[in-house]
Design a binder for this molecule. Sequence first.
Ligand code: COI
Length: 355
Amino acid sequence: MNPTKSLNVSQTKQSRLASVDFDQLSFGEIFTDHMFVCDYKQGQWQTPEIVPYQNISLAPSASALHYGQAVFEGMKAYKDDSGQLWLFRPELNFNRINKSSIRLGMPEFPKEYFFEGLETLLELDSDWVRPGIGSSLYIRPFVFANQACVQASPSLEYKFLIICSPVNSYYSGGELKVLIEKNYSRAASGGVGYAKAAGNYAAQFYPTSQAMKKGFQQIIWTDSATHSYLEEAGTMNIFFRIEDRLLTAPASDTILDGITRKSVIEWAQHQGIQVEERPVSVQEIIEAADKGILLEVFGSGTAVVISPINGFSYEGTDYSLTEIQNSFAAQAKEAITGIQYNISQDPFGWRYKVG
Ligand code: COI
């Protein structure tokens, strides 16, 4: 890895900001005026650039298109009422994209390039971030293999980009019902489940579309070996509340070490809530539901923040969860968003000031 040489910035001549209706945003469809780009060639990362958001050109033989050598991150920037921009635990995203890259046989990205590029990009496009809980800028760093070669071996050339999209909430509202999956698997032991590998998400599309046809919005993935332990829900980590205990599967090689997940656990422990990070079996969740002591199920992730699950189905039986007052999900969401939007104290040191 080489230290920051410099960052070349070329600004757009014509901002698209005025044409955007911020009340009608559909997640991830509109992108800000600029993007960060850095190429890896001849064994090193080249001078990074910020350029106007634009299409990129690729050889049809570009390796990522054939072998899926590509990873990404999801993070958000928030604006407080004074106009200051904030990030949430960005070091963890930086560390994770490199962890994902290593697993996919790709070069690590230099920290100086990442933070200098990201902060400069956010300052340039700061008018695209609206203040107010729920509004944020979804930041998508990603890296992919772009050597023009169809040999099934690691590429010798890569592109690292950061693009940004103004967003409101991820789910459009309404009930969230999920299916506990027993046939398809998201990840296998020794595989790439812990990485934000592009293909992990593509592999979910078909099973999820089948679940959607049956009236569910997402799948709860179970372990690939026995399908008896609960792992993740769609693109989220998942939590279960049994009486006053909060249960979630441990981050492992099949489970993404989610930053919101980690924050919920740390917040809950700080609140004195008993957190059990251990394999959670389908059996115990069904039994708790039958006894009426399964009080909450919720997903966590950067895009969704915290998303309560209203019901789930297992082997043809539907279970529904009644909304409760002062739920752990609502408390965790309020605590985390309060920190993200600089509304509340940050006893954990999670908030990161941009600029
Ligand atoms: C995120 O929460 O950042 C995700 O990874 C979800 C994304 C696939 C939309």
